[in-house]
Structure formats: C-alpha cells, structure tokens
Write a protein that binds this ligand. Structure first.
Ligand code: 1HN
Length: 380
C-alpha cells in the first residue's frame, strides 16, 4: 500500500532560535503553519461565517429562443455517443466560474433527442428528473418500466436505477433535465455505470408505476412504503393540470398563487431526497408578494408570460424561458399575459436545507410586499 510522506519531514519545525516571543517568532509560526498545511482562522480574509448567505450564484435568465436554436443545431451536428450518453446542454450560471451548474446544488439542462434515436441505458447515484417540453412519441424506460413522454409530464430517475430514452417517431423530443450532480460531486458520492446493451428490455406493463401507485391514496397491500424516493416514475400532465384547477377553487398562496409540490405519496415528502419539484399556476393578472428562502431554485416557463422580480430586478419571461432564483434572494411573480394563465415548473433544493435544519424564510414587509424595481435584466 502507498503511504503518503509529508514532503519535508525535517522542516516540520524550524530550528529553535533564542527569539521566543518577538516578530521573528511570529514569522516562524506562520511559516510552520504553512509548511504543515495549516490555516489559522485569524488570517482568513473572507469572513468564514457571513451574517447572511453570500452566494456567488447570480439571478439569471435563458431565453427559449436561444436554448431552442442551440439545441436544434446540436441535434443536427452532434451524435449521441457512449460516454456522454445524452445530448444535454446545461445552464451554466455565470456566477459559478464556468461550471455547468445552474445553482450550487442543481444541474439543469435542455436535452434534445432526434426521432428514432436512443440515448443509451446507464445508472448513476445522481438523482434525476425530467420535465417534458415536447415529447412527440419519445419514451423513457426506468428499471424496465416504460413511459411515453408527453408535454407537461414529470419523469423520475431515482438513484441507481437503469434508464434509457428513445423515440419511435420521426420527430424530435425536447425536455428539461434536473439532477443533483453538483451536490453529489461535492459529497464525493458519485457512482456511474453503463448498461451492457443500448436499451433495457421492457419488463412491466406500459406506465406500470402509474398503474400501481398513481392514485396515491392507496398502495398494493403487500408492498412496503417507498421512503427514499417516489415509487411513481411519471406524473402525467392531465393529473397535474387537474390538481392545479382543483386547488385554484379553494386556496392559494400570497407568494406563489396556485402552487403544488409533486410528492412521494408514501411519505408526503418530495419526489427525491435532494430536491423538490413544483408546478404552479399564476392566474391572470396575479402579482404575488415578495419573500425569500434559504436554498436555490430553477424555473421553467411552461406557459404564459410575465416577470419575476428578483432582488429588485425585473426578469421578463415568456413560454420556454428558464431562470434562476439564488438563495436568500427576494422574489415575486407577476403574470403579464392578459387573460392567460401562466404556468411555471421549478426545482428547489429545499429538502436539503430542511433535513439539515438550515431552512429559513422571510416575507417582504415594505410597500405591501412588493419590491421597488431598480432595473430590468437584459438577456444575452
Ligand atoms: C443523464 O443520465 C441524463 O438520463 C441527463 O437523461 C443528463 C447529465 C449528466 C449525467 C447523466 C438522462 C445527464 C445525465
């Protein structure tokens, strides 16, 4: 077995000199700390414990027209090859030093699949979801369970389950991928394995997990609860839309209007331990009140147009756009689409903060809960 030898064993401590307390002794102490890979708190220049979150993540917005154009060109130019396995184009937050992450905990990408292509099977410990923007006869197989991907469906790929995507149509499909890759890597918890074949055999009835668990209030009596992740691998848009319309009849949030968290029906908790997925409807004309939370979020505009005011800056959005709300940033949503509803899909790392007892939230008290607008974000 290899052993790691300190580079300069003999220099762990400098020669004792007669000066035990003066400037020379301090200089010697500093040199010894450096040589021994030690950093004293009193020399750390950035405040290690900031009074409030000091995120590098920038509030940002990516236009659908740009995302679509780039994904379409990648679809024509870049084959799906083993190794990469997916034609996914990640939102790279300009605050995060060029890393392919939307926020410190969330990877979010646009994935493009040409008609009749297969994105080969693999599995990983990163937890993944996709939200289907245009499905067009494409499918995902998750651990033998095949689901057809239709606009507005949420599809889960829980950790370490085999999954591949394919298409039986002539048309391309495009969807949002959300994974906890930055967190998984930060925790040194990443495992990945390619499948021996291209695509898995389908071993269950089509939409098997929806048939088994999809009603949610009941589960097969002989089965245990699935507590680590939701046992439902796809949440169909028709059910989601009905749930939004039902909620709108009875209740709303002043900050988010008609907002639903997709849940694991066996626990009531989020669909994945590392992040939560939401769908929300802003009814015509709604302008919500501002609040802020610890934790970062990525939004996709599924329908409609409007603005989200983040730390005083108006981010104007329309169908297809993506935007990021960093931790502890004030934000409020405003539907500007006349008589049309707006629908936002979003991912939040809230479950992590809650599990670690680090969650906080605060509502904006001034000006009836609305921020003063000091600027407008200009997309590239
Ligand atoms: C992955 O497995 C998918 O299954 C999407 O669609 C994006 C990015 C990095 C690593 C694995 C998918 C991914 C990914």
């Amino acid at each position: 077995m290899d052993t790691i030898e300190p580079e300069v064993k003999a220099e762990v401590r400098e020669e004792i000199s007669p000066d035990l307390t003066g400037p020379e002794a301090v200089a010697r102490l500093n040199r010894d700390m450096q040589r021994n890979s030690l950093t004293p708190l009193w020399q750390i220049e950035t405040n290690l414990m900031s009074r409030q979150p000091r995120t590098q993540t920038l509030p940002w917005l990516w236009k659908w027209s740009t995302l679509y154009d780039i994904a379409e060109r990648a679809g024509a130019l870049v084959p799906i090859e083993r190794g990469g396995d997916r034609r996914a184009i990640a939102l790279s937050n300009p605050g995060l030093e060029g890393r392919p992450f939307a926020t410190p905990t969330l990877w979010t990408a646009v994935q493009w699949l040409n008609g009749h292509e297969v994105a080969p099977a693999h599995r990983h410990t990163a937890q993944a979801i996709r939200f289907i923007i245009e499905g067009n006869g494409s499918w995902s197989t998750v651990e033998g369970d095949r689901v057809f991907l239709e606009r507005g469906d949420l599809v889960l790929t829980p950790p370490w389950l085999w999954h591949d995507h394919g298409s039986k149509s002539d048309e391309r499909a495009i969807w949002l991928d959300g994974l906890d890759i930055p967190l998984n890597n930060y925790l040194d918890a990443s495992f990945f394995e390619p499948y021996k074949g291209e695509a898995q055999a389908v071993t269950q009835a089509l939409n098997g997990t929806v048939l088994k668990y999809g009603v949610g209030q009941m589960r097969p009596a002989w089965e245990k609860r699935s507590v680590e992740y939701s046992p439902i691998f796809t949440y169909k848009w028709t059910d989601t839309e009905r749930a939004l319309d039902n909620l709108a009849q009875v209740a709303s949030s002043p900050y988010d209007d008609i907002a639903l968290e997709y849940t694991n029906p066996h626990t009531g908790g989020p669909v994945m331990p590392a992040f939560s997925a939401w769908i929300q409807m802003l009814r015509p004309g709604i302008h919500t009140q501002a609040h802020r939370q610890v934790g970062s979020s990525v939004y996709h505009v599924f329908e409609g147009s409007g603005e989200t005011i983040i730390n005083g800056v108006s981010f104007r959005w329309e169908k297809g756009d993506f935007f990021v709300v960093p931790s502890w940033a004030w934000h409020e949503h405003h539907n500007l689409g006349g008589n049309e509803r707006a629908i936002l899909f979003s991912l939040h790392d809230t479950p992590l903060l809650l599990a670690l007892n680090k969650y906080r939230e605060e509502s904006y008290q001034l000006n009836n809960g609305h921020q003063e607008i000091t600027g407008t974000f200009q997309p590239v």
